[in-house]
Design a protein around this ligand. Sequence first.
Ligand code: 4AD
Ligand code: MG
Length: 432
Amino acid sequence: MATFTTIEEINKYEGQEVLIKGWLYNKRSSGKIHFLQIRDGSAFIQGVVVKNEVAEEVFKICKELTQESSIEVIGVVQKDDRAPAGYELLVKEVKPIHIALEGYPISLKEHGTDFLMENRHLWMRTPKQNAILRIRDEINLAIRTFFHERGFVLIEPPIITPSACEGTTELFEIDYFGENAYLSQTGQLYAEAAAMAFGKVYSFGPTFRAEKSKTRKHLNEFWMVEPEMAFVDFEGNLKVQEEMLEYIAQRVLQNKKYELKILGRDTTSLENIKAPFPRITYTDAVEMLKKADFEFEWGDDFGAPHETYIAEQFDRPVFITHFPTKMKAFYMQPDENNPEVILGADLIAPEGYGEIIGGSQRIHDLDLILHKIKEENLPLEIYEWYLDLRRYGSVPHSGFGLGLERTVAWICGIDHIRQTIPFARTLNRVYP
Ligand code: 4AD
Ligand code: MG
């Protein structure tokens, strides 16, 4: 009796007969031998079917197998150093479950990305896309584990909200029984409430931005993890960010070697993700850009070329701190030594991946937050509950938001964020 296994775990069965349940990804045949590329979702492996070594019927079935047919295969596991999984299968038996129709849309030749995105439901079966989403899964779990082990409580904020937080121009509006409501841009304000109830919390969910951007860094629906911590200041906030990213990188390096290999990811830059990270103030970053002949004024926002240039000056992610207060969201705590700048930072990833974290200490003074809400012309009545946090036992607190997809793109070393989420929502795409 062959033992059932996934391809991922096949190293446990060298020299033994195993059963694999999966799909035919590709096939090459000569008169005497078929090479089956088999995938089972966990990994890919080559099955070798030699005419003289299998029943006539088995060899014939292999001839009829079309791309993406589902199959059960029995074979003997053999070491093969050239294979990404490190093994191949000497096939004994093949049982078709479903012979796929002719004309599978994704052939093994090159396709344009638009075509592939249109067929995302099938594209995710291919080795690279599969590896990216498996690394996403690992990063997801790393984030949850990191916070859980440190005593943070997971709190789910609502997705339907009455208010804006990160700028009113990027809201998806919905009709909520005749009233205006919006898809959440961030769970932060609710995380702040929860931090006053639980001390340390994090939210982790989908967030929505109605940005009409077509860059390789923007999605209209993306996932963000947002920790929020009572009694933690600007310094303490950066420390958690460094430790979290080091932890994520180490876990991926340790547990996702096969996937990184499939992606051809150069891992040296990932090995560098060790705390502490370098820091530069916004004001110093502006000077740095001017020296490098960029046209840039204090108060301007960084574009991709600026972020890339700054990141290139360091060998690991870099914090840009103390942005001008005017540039940033209303809730950020101004520096008491210089209220023109805030006690917050963006974390810029290396290799041109840009901002992956935005965070800050929050304003905890009632009068100041009231003043800021009015200054931004935000409707005071729907922020009453948020003001209560400053009325009843207010404490200095801090938090940040890490974009999951930008992090996955960077860790995987791939060029576009749309490949890092199972079904991307972008300016021109809500299908499939
Ligand atoms: O800098 P942002 O807008 O910060 C916030 O929303 C804060 N409320 C977070 C907090 O302090 N709790 O977004 C945080 C991160 C960015 O650094 C980026 O990684 C990601 O979210 N992000 C996007 N990712 C993909 N597509 C977009 N359109 C994104 N906008 C932001
Ligand atoms: Mg930001």
